[in-house]
Design a protein around this ligand. Structure first.
Ligand code: P1T
Length: 395
């Protein structure tokens, strides 16, 4: 249960394979055993081996937490049953009634739903959604804030925010900066190195990477918040199962290889879409045409696997119908929510992932019915392009 930033293992790929994966001292097993026991024998009442009850601590979960902490170069990681559960635990661990939370306005639909429908009306915290493209608005908003929640690139517009610049004003205001790093994974971006206090992940996406695990994680160096997170992990009970922890640790071991391929594929796909007559606009942080390309080039090690684009409606001008025709026509790109896995996915944010965002807010953010979000997998880039080409022809 020691803590480790993982740097002793070397580069990221080496850390992903080795950190938290010591051979089992009892049997020599080279992969972490799945420890299913819910309770652990005590040497004498109150005298434990380090484990007492599996919600409180589990050997497979602890091994994964060490791996994920090392992946983000953090001292600590606390794993949760989902990315949403990680969000809840972060807010419980850092904020109280009356505290002010500042959140980027273009944010995952589930995050804004929890903040808008629970955090403000039920828990009585003050909430301010801000356009982080305007740093003067951010600077003003963080005054008196307790927590700042940033997603970069954002879901679904893929807007990029300068993490170091936000960390500076957040720090000066005495608030904590959380960066949701789900869209890039620890392979392409490490927010703690850029001054963030807390990194949140939906491990459901690229970290586990195979569309078969729902999980969340929080990586950080702050000792006090770490203690609070462990308290709420145990008290709220939103823990991932040992099997899922094993699967997630297994996924992490190939994260660098998968992300290299997805990122390369995304670069080819984004270029293809940008040149296509049936496409109005493409947002991908690796494209020179992206409005924050310069910031992305500085703080990211690739554009990522998600591409957002807007289809040109057919002669009837019906955006939703055009988007539906496109999504019905793809054969390799599966019409489904989520992202970051080996297989490519396509979705309509306005109907699917961001359907819970109020309509007027969606419109303000450009999440209209012509928007399509792709998650580019590790298949052959040529096959992916051929699939998109034939589907675009059917709009
Ligand atoms: O699904 P869950 O593991 O609870 O993670 C929530 C979450 C948190 N943060 C970001 C940036 C996310 O994208 C998500 C989940 N997003 C999707 C399911 C999606 O398709 O966008």
């Amino acid at each position: 249960m020691s803590t480790s930033k993982g740097t002793e293992y070397g580069d990221l790929g080496t850390r992903f394979v080795h950190a938290g994966n010591e051979p089992d001292p009892r049997t020599g097993a080279v992969t972490t055993p799945i420890s299913l026991a819910t309770t652990f024998a005590q040497v004498a009442p109150g005298e434990t081996t380090g484990y007492e009850y599996s919600r409180t601590g589990n050997p497979t979960r602890n091994a994964l937490q060490l791996s994920l902490a090392a992946a983000e170069g953090a001292a600590h990681c606390v794993a949760f049953a989902s990315g949403c559960a990680a969000l809840v635990a972060i807010l419980h661990s850092t904020c109280r009634t009356g505290d002010k939370i500042v959140c980027i306005d273009d944010v995952y639909g589930g995050t804004q739903r929890y903040l808008r429908t629970c955090v403000e009306p039920i828990y009585g915290m003050k909430l301010e959604f801000v356009d982080f493209k305007d740093m003067s608005l951010v600077q003003k908003a963080v005054e008196g804030a307790k927590l700042v929640w940033l997603e970069t690139p954002t879901n679904p517009n893929l807007e990029v925010t300068d993490i170091a610049a936000v960390a500076k004003v957040t720090n000066e205001a005495g608030a904590l900066l959380v960066v949701d790093n789900t869209f890039l994974s620890p392979y392409l971006q490490n927010p703690l190195e850029l001054g963030a206090d807390i990194v949140a992940h939906s491990c459901t996406k690229s970290i586990a990477g195979h569309s078969d695990v729902v999980m969340g994680a929080v990586c950080l160096n702050n000792e006090d918040v770490h203690k609070q997170l462990l308290f709420f992990q145990n008290t709220l009970g939103s823990v991932p199962s040992p099997f899922d922890c094993y699967m997630c640790q297994r996924g992490l071991k190939t994260l660098h290889i998968r992300m290299q391929r997805s990122n390369e594929n995304a670069s080819v796909v984004a270029g293809f879409l940008e040149a296509h007559a049936q496409v109005v606009r493409v947002s991908w942080p690796g494209l020179a045409s992206h409005p924050q390309f310069e910031i992305a080039s500085r703080q990211q090690r690739g554009g990522g696997m998600v591409i957002t684009f807007w289809v040109k409606p057919g002669d009837d001008g019906d955006k939703r119908a055009a988007c539906r025709r496109f999504l019905a026509a793809t054969k390799l790109f599966v019409c489904a929510e989520s992202l970051g896995a080996v297989e490519s996915l396509a979705e309509s944010p306005s109907i699917m992932t961001h359907g819970s965002v109020p309509k007027e807010k969606r419109e303000r953010l450009g999440i209209d019915d012509a928007m399509v979000r792709l998650s580019v997998g590790i298949e052959s880039a040529q096959d992916l392009i051929a699939d998109l080409d034939q589907a675009l022809a059917q709009i």
